[in-house]
Design a protein around this ligand. Sequence first.
Ligand code: P1T
Length: 379
Amino acid sequence: MKFNTKTIHGGQKHDPAYGSVMPPIYQTSTYAQSTPGGHKGYEYSRTHNPTRNALENAFASIENGNYGLAFASGLAAIDAVLKLLKPGDEVVSTNDLYGGTYRLFTRIYEDFGINFHFIGMKNAERIEEYINKKTKLIWVETPTNPMMNVIDIKAASTIAKKHNVLLAVDNTFATPYLQRPLDLGADIVMHSATKYLGGHSDLVMGALIVKNKALADKLYFIQNASGAICGPQDAFLALRGIKTLHIRMQRHCENGRAVAEYLNNHSKIENVYWSGFENHPNHHIAKSQMDDFGGMVSFTTKGNNYEEAIKILENLKIFTLAESLGGVESLAGHPASMTHASIPKEEREKIGVVDSLIRLSVGIEDEEDLIADLKQAIE
Ligand code: P1T
């Protein structure tokens, strides 16, 4: 099955009870048993729920994995991966990543004795310098939030395999429409399904997808033992969202390109971050591991003017000033005070998250309206 067909049919069966084409929302915590252990595969909804399982099968299918897991949020999914580790273990992570991921690593897991090396991964070979006998996990986000750096997944996977370390890739920005990390050698794909997979800004959810059964079993154990699952109503919405992922992503990419090019030619804009530009530092890697460049674009105002940036954010009319990304509607954010506020100023400025940085999640509205909105807000 090819990708577009998979978004609609991947891992799905018509419901056995009445043949409903969409899986029913099994809004139940428990399942009747005829005798202890005499059930139809479902005992308790923390462990299994038919609506969630339908979604988990869809996750596995679109990422070319064998096993999918759905969680209450993207961070709950990342938390489950970290629970594979033990005190004393080390993680090599990109230094440019979602602020909440950084907060989870440094404010929760460092206290449990996990040690993190946050490094720039533009040159993925650098990962190897930080690997030792205690290293158990490499954490890659690509393209990165919010600087749109691109990390070579194949190169990271070669290092991971050589040292017998797990490679996890946060594929939230790219989605499997653009990039399939398991095919490039990653062990775990993670998503904030809140974003493009759900696609309509109406749910909070996380996903993990793996190929290996032993790894899947460990993660299912953690999912059930820790209990950060998503509810059946949200599972239904995410499943519905995935069915249009391919056509939404196509338009996100077209509009993302138009917005990036418009900003790049504007005299009041300093830097535009988008991996589709030929002078993007890892454009060649983006071209080889992604099918297009996505709908996320970040930029700074001329002379890093903070007041100008705030004025732009306040004046936008079609773009909504809000946290999050990946929905059909265009959003604008101020990473320094919003999504990345939990990264100390000194650390975030090192990676380019300066006070004049604006991040756009370019939606699927008409391109002309989006450009006109940016023009009036900037000018
Ligand atoms: O918000 P949640 O579903 O828990 O997902 C966390 C997360 C993980 N990884 C990436 C790349 C993310 O962007 C996020 C969440 N990001 C935002 C809320 C944001 O506006 O950037």
